[in-house]
Design a protein around this ligand. Structure first.
Ligand code: NAD
Ligand code: LMR
Length: 340
């Protein structure tokens, strides 16, 4: 099952732009759900990341093929595929970062919470294994509903006695990626220099983009434009689910977003200064126990959860409106983890 790739790498490789560091320390990354719609392109992108020395691809089926395929790419990391629960421990052992895109995606007409019944159990069993085999790894949770799966993971780790709030992240990077793209299009500015923080959670109105803090500043956007941009960002996932018409949800843009976030985690671990990304983490910046906001990443994971900064009246309203739903989703996750 194990397949190795030679550590050939060329500093002029065109796909390496955006990733840094030539003499990076050894880092193992595991992807759980690696044969899926997100898992496969994410495996590809992690294979292109020179900060990764070992890449473990785990799924309940299909990983030998994905691992064989990806392993032929002449970049630094050694790739191994693991299939079935009996190989999960080997996949996880020694991991610095574990990325979890395992579970079912939405179909048109469903909310992310409709995935809870299936995905909550998957996440719970995977996190139980993480607590056993790589309790110090940074966990990047992609599986939906993120607003509940992150609290589930926290409870599983607490029960196992391994919980470290600095090491658990709900991946909300796709919301940021979308907000940047939509803002640049509307404001007619080059997208490469755009930054937009997105806070709250990862479902519907719990996704709160802070366009008042977007850079570069755009003076050509009306209140109506900001409302439309906010709504489009909140409904970005549904836009893709509907366009895919029953064939799943965002996979390629999510793989991109997941790779950006994992890269930031690796840079933080490696001591690169000022690595800041938005993420859904344990938080005290509001009264809710978990909240997405800008987070500074460091050698131990979360170095600092950054505050919300000044909000417009529209954003203040959005913040108050999202709290009941986000609170309920968090509580649902905590209850599930403790009752089953
Ligand atoms: P998919 O069905 O294409 O792939 C999921 C993979 O998970 C499959 O290969 C499946 O075999 C695997 N899997 C199922 N149970 C498993 C287990 N116990 N252990 C390991 N692997 C297991 O789905 P997808 O499109 O890749 O989406 C995966 C998840 O990511 C969904 O829950 C989706 O809602 C979520 N998602 C989140 C975001 C986000 O922004 N956080 C964005 C897109 C999708
Ligand atoms: C997304 O935002 O694309 C994901 O959460 C998947 C979904 O169900 O919308």
């Amino acid at each position: 099952l194990r397949r190795s790739a030679s550590a050939l790498s060329s500093s002029s490789h065109p796909l390496r732009r955006g990733f840094s560091s030539e003499s990076a320390p050894d880092r193992k990354v595991a992807v759980l759900g690696a044969a899926g719609g997100i898992g496969q392109p994410l495996a590809l992108l992690m294979k292109l990341n020179p900060l990764v020395s070992k890449l473990a691809l785990y799924d309940i089926a299909g990983t030998p093929g994905v691992a064989a395929d990806v392993s032929h790419i002449n970049t630094r990391s050694e790739v191994a595929g693991y299939m079935g629960e009996e190989q999960l421990g080997h996949a996880l052992e020694g991991s610095d970062v574990v990325i979890i895109p395992a579970g079912v995606p939405r179909k048109p007409g469903m909310t992310r919470d409709d995935l809870f019944n299936i995905n909550a159990s998957i996440v719970k069993s995977l996190c139980t294994a993480i607590a056993k085999y790589c309790p110090n790894a940074l966990v990047n949770m992609i599986s939906n509903p993120v607003n509940s799966t992150v609290p589930i993971a926290a409870e599983v780790f607490k029960k196992a006695g391994t919980y470290d709030e600095k090491k658990l992240f709900g991946v909300t990077t796709l919301d940021v990626v979308r907000a940047k793209t939509f803002y640049a299009g509307k404001a007619n500015v080059p997208v490469t220099g755009v930054d937009v923080p997105v806070v709250g959670g990862h479902a519907g109105i719990t996704i709160l983009p802070l366009f008042s803090q977007a850079t570069p500043k755009a003076n050509n956007l009306s209140d109506e434009d900001i409302k439309a941009l906010t709504k489009r960002t909140q409904d970005g996932g549904t836009e893709v689910v509907e366009a895919k018409a029953g064939k799943g949800s965002a996979t390629l843009s999510m793989a991109y977003a997941g790779a950006i976030f994992a890269d930031a985690c690796l840079k933080g671990l490696n001591g690169v200064p000022d690595v800041v990304e938005c993420s859904f983490v344990q938080s005290s910046i509001t009264e809710l126990p978990f909240f997405a906001s800008k987070v500074r990443l460091g050698k131990n994971g979360v170095e600092e959860v950054l505050g919300l900064g000044p909000l417009s009246d529209y954003e203040k309203q959005g913040l108050e409106s999202l709290k009941p739903e986000l609170k309920a989703s968090i509580e649902k996750g905590i209850k599930f983890a403790n009752q089953s």
